[in-house]
Design a protein around this ligand. Structure first.
Ligand SMILES: Nc1ncnc2c1ncn2[C@@H]1O[C@H](COP(=O)(O)OP(=O)(O)OP(=O)(O)O)[C@@H](O)[C@H]1O
Length: 233
């Protein structure tokens, strides 16, 4: 799947061509990405696997419009991300992408249900619609009985389930999850990957997930191996 650098197909959620990203300047410059081209098929779960420092976070940040490449091209559902101004990027991230991070990123003073409903509140969804969607998502992630608990009253695995429910609340086309299991023990990590797998099917969404952990590759439809800023098959 890395072999189509000159443009993907209509079913590709992401097409990236020759991405380069360098941090700092010579003589201490770090070439985090050294010409990465890839396609991510729609409606599938793609895992980017690589050791610490291989460039996973850099790649996901570029593909999610959180950072810009030094050179190269990114199409998200056919939209040229590098051609967007800051307002365009904010709209893209808010409307099309759900982000999941290693550190969960929940708001500590809000309950699980309020965290999940936050994206709906921000786009002023009617209360009835919001409550219905929150209940549906809490059930989907197995936390209906924990709706009123705050993040510090939940385990790490439960917090990540809340974060995943929040990420899909607005029905994004794409979930980008950067090491979502990085802070979890091995068994909890498997449960979270199983959940992401189920969400891809239930919500008909595309997922791009990074991990350093080879044991999680079984959950992937597609695997991209990143090493020293380059993809290897
Ligand atoms: N803001 C930055 N300034 C300078 N160097 C950076 C910066 N961010 C990342 N790097 C360097 O770029 C390289 C790729 O980092 P990146 O975080 O993308 O890798 P990663 O595969 O996500 O690693 P990890 O699993 O440890 O998070 C590393 O050598 C890292 O030290």
């Amino acid at each position: 799947m890395t072999g189509r650098p000159n443009g993907g197909h209509a079913h590709d959620a992401i097409v990236a061509e020759e991405l380069h990203r360098t941090y700092g300047r010579a003589p201490t410059a770090v070439h985090a990405l050294r010409g990465v081209s890839l396609t991510v098929p729609r409606g599938r779960l793609t895992v980017v696997q690589g050791a610490s420092g291989s460039g996973k976070t850099t790649l996901l940040n570029l593909l999610g419009g959180l950072d810009a490449p030094d050179s190269g091209r990114i199409l998200l559902d056919g939209v040229d991300v590098c051609g967007l101004d800051e307002n365009g990027l904010v709209a893209l991230r808010r409307e099309r992408i759900g982000f999941v991070f290693q550190t969960f990123g929940l708001i500590p003073i809000l309950t699980a249900a309020e965290n999940v409903g936050l994206p709906l509140r921000l786009r002023r969804a009617p209360v009835g619609e919001r409550d219905e969607r929150v209940a549906q998502l809490l059930a989907l992630v197995g936390l209906s009985d924990h709706a009123r608990q705050r993040p510090d009253e939940l385990s790490g695995g439960q917090q990540q389930r809340v974060a995943i429910a929040r990420a899909v609340a607005n029905r994004p086309q794409l979930i980008i999850a950067d090491e979502p299991t990085g802070r979890l023990d091995a068994e909890t990590a498997l449960g979270v990957m199983e959940l992401l797998r189920a969400i891809v099917t239930a919500e008909n969404v595309t997922a791009l997930i990074s991990t350093h952990d080879p044991r999680l590759l079984d959950f992937a439809d597609e695997v991209l191996h990143l090493r020293d800023g380059r993809l290897h098959s």
